[in-house]
Ligand binder design. Structure first.
Ligand code: NAP
Length: 283
């Protein structure tokens, strides 16, 4: 059998997903391809057509990224409780003739965060500040809240943050504006950036203002993975704080999707190396 997988989103030119999944195919000894399917933000017909290809078995699985993580939901038969809870789907597959939506960003983030915290073993308490309130923030906030963290969400559009918070009323979630100078950050043990600020090519930008010191014992997790070291990570490290980008999350969410589609245990280290090498050679 030859697997046909791919990614829906827009734009997609710089996606690293083909490298990651092709490395997994090779390592597992499977025949397969991973294609990019750029679909314009308002082209629901093209989106529906592509999902029909999964339904008919011509495509065996799809990842979904900006701007379609919510758009795909209307064309699915069911979604997992996790995808339902955060209202976003990043993985589509067929099970028992039903088109299913799941979200692997949640486990991808928390698994990589826990791995990083084990290495740094520095978190004194579970109080996190999340910057941004878009699609990735939904997965991150859900992952943190359901793993015992208190979360403060700093967003430039308070109404978007309020909408996000309304999905998590049973948890300890506060919202605030991105005017970070007004936040008492002394208790914050973890800062997570879910905004695109600092992403290539804007590598000299950071979501953390230069004139505000980081909380003294915080760990910094930046979801951005390109560049290999963001300004946020560089600045945090310069202040002596443990900090990482989101490459591990990218690989982990991809590995979980690959396992759902193929049933093969995904070779995480090989997948990580393939993409890390690519980022280094394009630096
Ligand atoms: P999104 O849905 O567009 O959300 C981005 C959020 O950032 C929005 O709340 C947006 O606010 C805010 N924002 C944008 N520019 C800002 C600025 N200059 N100052 C303050 N806030 C700003 O995007 P997303 O899907 O959440 O993705 C966000 C980032 O996470 C991207 O860089 C993406 O590559 C990364 N990501 C990484 C992984 C991984 O596996 N490592 C997974 C998912 C996403 P407005 O709505 O007001 O614009």
């Amino acid at each position: 059998m030859r697997y046909h997988l791919g990614l829906i989103g827009y734009p997609l030119a710089h996606s690293l997903s083909p490298q990651i999944h092709n490395a997994a195919f090779r390592s597992c000894g499977l025949e397969g391809d991973y294609s990019l399917f750029p679909i314009a933000p308002d082209d629901m017909l093209a989106l529906k057509d592509l999902l029909t290809s999964v339904r008919t078995g011509r495509i065996h699985g799809l990842n979904v990224t900006i701007p379609h993580k919510q758009n795909v939901i209307q064309f699915l038969d069911e979604f997992t409780p996790m995808a339902g809870a955060i209202g976003a789907v990043n993985t589509v597959y067929l099970r028992d003739s039903k088109l299913l939506g799941h979200n692997t960003d949640v486990f991808g983030f928390i698994a990589d965060l826990n791995h990083f915290l084990e290495d740094s073993s520095l978190v004194a308490h579970h109080s996190a500040l999340v910057l941004g309130s878009g699609g990735a923030a939904r997965a991150v906030v859900y992952a943190l809240l359901t793993n015992g963290w208190d979360v403060t969400l700093a967003a430039r559009r308070i109404e978007q943050a309020q909408q996000l918070a309304s999905s998590f009323t049973n948890y300890n979630l506060r919202i605030t504006s991105t005017l970070l100078s007004k936040i008492d950050s002394s208790n914050i043990a973890l800062i997570v950036n879910t905004t695109p600020v600092g992403m290539s090519p804007n590598v000299d930008e950071s979501p953390w203002p230069e004139n505000i010191p980081f909380p003294p014992r915080a760990v910094v997790y930046d979801l951005i993975y390109n560049p290999g070291k963001t300004k946020l990570v560089r600045d945090a490290e310069a202040q002596g704080l443990p900090a990482t980008t989101g490459l591990g999350m990218l690989v982990t969410q991809a590995a979980l999707a690959f396992e759902l589609w193929t049933g093969c245990l995904a070779p995480r280290e090989t997948m990580f190396a393939s993409v890390n090498q690519h980022l280094v050679s394009n630096r």
